[in-house]
Design a protein around this ligand. Structure first.
Ligand code: ZN
Length: 134
């Protein structure tokens, strides 16, 4: 892949979180939000699938034109499933970005993972029947 094409593709990278519909262009400082102090250590499982599967899984509201990866956090299983495009090997920056999500980091200005963790804990205490947002 030429450098020009690589940078063009990088510019189109959009990431989503399962629990949120949140997405953002990748930035080195995009995950500045610290994780919740009691965020659990999740087992990370990396999957390499087709672009269509990523889009179906990560972009189910059709909000974004192109998604190359996303992280699904499942607190019931204590697993973070990370989905990458098998036809476009992820750059190290993208792998690092998704691993940070699995450790509880939200995008800057966002609280999707934090909110999901808080809702999960409340659901376990019986405050919410199924972890829904209030
Ligand atoms: Zn992200």
């Amino acid at each position: 892949m030429s450098q020009v094409l690589f940078y063009f593709r990088n510019a189109l990278l959009v990431f989503a979180l399962f629990l949120s519909g949140c997405a953002s262009l990748i930035l080195d400082n995009d995950l500045d939000n610290p994780p919740p102090p009691d965020f659990p250590k999740l087992t990370v499982v990396e999957h390499y699938v087709t672009q269509k599967e990523i889009n179906d899984r990560c972009n189910n509201d059709g909000k974004y034109a192109l998604i190359h990866a996303c992280t699904e956090v499942d607190f019931e299983r204590m697993v973070a499933d990370i989905w990458f495009d098998k036809d476009s090997p992820p750059p190290k920056s993208l792998i690092k970005h998704e691993l940070e999500h699995s450790r509880g980091h939200d995008h800057f200005g966002d609280s999707v993972i934090r909110d999901a963790w808080e809702n999960f804990k409340r659901s376990k205490r019986g405050d919410l029947p199924d972890g829904r947002s209030p």
